[in-house]
Structure formats: structure tokens, C-alpha cells
Design a protein around this ligand. Sequence first.
Ligand code: KIV
Ligand code: ZN
Length: 386
Amino acid sequence: MTKDKVLIFDTTLRDGEQSPGATMTHAEKLEIAELLDDMGVDIIEAGFPIASEGDFKAVSEIAERSKNSVICGLSRANFKDIDRCWEAVKHAAQPRIHTFIGTSPLHRAIPNLTQDEMAERIHECVTHARNLCDNVQWSSMDATRTEEDFLCRTVDIAIKAGATTINIPDTVGYTAPVESADLIRMLIEKVPGADEVIFATHCHNDLGMATANSLAAVEGGARQIECTINGLGERAGNTALEEVVMALKVRGDIMPYQTGIDTRKIMNISRRVATVSGFAVQFNKAIVGKNAFAHESGIHQDGMLKNRETFEVMKPEDVGLSGTSLPLGKHSGRAALRAKLSELGFDLADNQLKDLFVRFKDLADRKKEVFDDDLMALVYQNDSGD
Ligand code: KIV
Ligand code: ZN
């Protein structure tokens, strides 16, 4: 089966960095951009050049150093922003200008523009961006709360003005998977010229549906997913790169799409982003959480020791981990205790193991996790007859 390619657009350095408190230094941004480029991200949104002198410098330097990825900068829909964005990204071998405006009634009310005035602005700004750069992305911000007719009109204007990618953001994480797919499908069916551009999905996680919505949008015809490492982003964050990429890899049977991401580089970049942003990854976070490949209960550990597939749908090695972890705690059973002891070099007779197991359970009731050192102390206590 041939698989359609889905482009991965990473916005950790733009939307991710917009999370309150997640600011990164210049050197940290360069390092993350290099890791993104190296892992196979197709497009890196490196920042918002007009936002600050620092953002401008970071985008310019990331553009200069980029090897494989397209380097994109964000700009509001006005000439000043677009010119500044172009000044920063033009150093890249493959530059992209991304320009946007809020198209829903709530967002139109802020600049107080009528639909006709906004339509004219989109035409002028996309045309201007396209005169500077061959690769232009248009976003109708808050698309999922924009009237269908007006959304079609904005997309139509942007395509006619030369946009090469059309992004349909779920800016406030409001949409549901079935709507996400239908919206993209509807746009592709209704807007002339839609088959000549790439449709992108950009989801936020306010209701915890960003990953599901992004994958549904792909089912509807989107071929670019916008996401961030660890799902970093404003409020509840953006779609997590590691989740959509691994979902497409693991469930290729029902979602026949491929990405160019080297998934074995996921853990390393996840840890680096957590460190530089100061946003720790929750233990039970899918794919990159500390517990994503850890099993403590006796039934699960016993199953895992016999066949990894009993309780894991993907291999930890595929995301860059050295293996599964079977931490010992009060829910653990004899099989995991025996396996851990043998890993530590102890081969206990059945009666010794039986005795140790009782003392291990007693300790585990008092401690959250029983570490190797605790276990060795228990074994030596046994030996010395204490
Ligand atoms: O969430 C959003 O709508 C955005 C746009 C700027 C694309 O981040
Ligand atoms: Zn966003």
C-alpha cells in the first residue's frame, strides 16, 4: 500500500514559546531548531519576527543554519509584519512566510472589519507576501468558529492571491473530531483550486482533543499537521508532535499516511524542550511521559516478561528509549521480583525468594518505589540471617 505523506510543521519555537513562562534563550532556540531539522521536521516555525528584536534574530539565524527543513516565520496580516518576517526568513534555503487574521465573528470584531474589508485585506496581504516569497501559508485564525460561507471565501481569496498552504486552525480547541474532518473535506470540495494547495490543521488542546482532531483533519484531506514537542503551547497547549507521529506509525493499518520523522529522536528532543522551557512532562503523558513504558502491577509485569505486546502497542526503542521499565512497588508480583534479582546478579532458590517476597511487600507498603539498592539490602539481610 502506498502511503500519502503528511508534512510535519513544528511550532514549538513560536506557538510553544508563547506559553506563559516558556521563554527560551537564543542559544536554546538554535539548539531546538537543529534537533527539529535533524529529526526530519518538514517545516519549522521559528518565531514571530516582528514580536521582538530577539525573535527576529533567532528566526534569521535559524534560517541561515537550516539544512533540510523549510523555515517559516509568523506575521499578522499587514505589510509591516510581512516585510519583517521576510527579512528574517529570506536567509533560509527554503523560506516560508506565514500570515494570518482572525476570521470568526468574535475575532473580526477586534479590528472592527466587515467581511468585505477583511476579504480585501487577505487579498492584499497574501499577494504582497507572495511577491516576496514563493512559499506562503495563509491561516484563517479561529476557522472552526468562522461562518462556513465566509471561511470558504477567505480560503478562496488566499488561494487566488497565491497562498501555497492553507491552514485551518482550531485556535481555542473547540472542535470535535467528526467536525474537524468534515470541515477540511467541505473546503476541499467547495473551494476552487483547493486541490492545488496543501491544507493544514492546527489544533489546540483546550478540551483534550487536539491529537484526535488533527488526525481526523488528515482523514478529511489535510496533509500538514501543525504541532509542538510535548504539546507545549498556549493554555492547554497544541497538538503534540510525538502523539500524531506515533499514532500514524503505529496505526498505519487504518491511517495510511507517513511522516518523515525519525521517531528514535523523539525522547531526546522531548527532554531538551522540557529542560529549556522549564515545562516538565507529566508522568503519564502519552509517548514521552516517564510512565509511558513503565509497568508496576504484577499482572502487567508478568505479561510483559512473557510477551511485550501484552501491554505495549509500540516499542520503547522506536521513540529512543533503551527499553521498557518494570519498577517494583506494592503492586508488583513474584515474576518481576525474580527478573529484577536476576538482572542484579542474584539467583535465589525458591524458598529464599518466597521469604524475600514477603519482606519486599512489607517494604513496598511503606515506600512508593523499591529501588535496586533497597532490594540488594533485603537480599543481604537475608544472607546474614537478620
Ligand atoms: O492558534 C492559532 O490560530 C494560531 C495562528 C496564528 C495560526 O496559532
Ligand atoms: Zn495556535
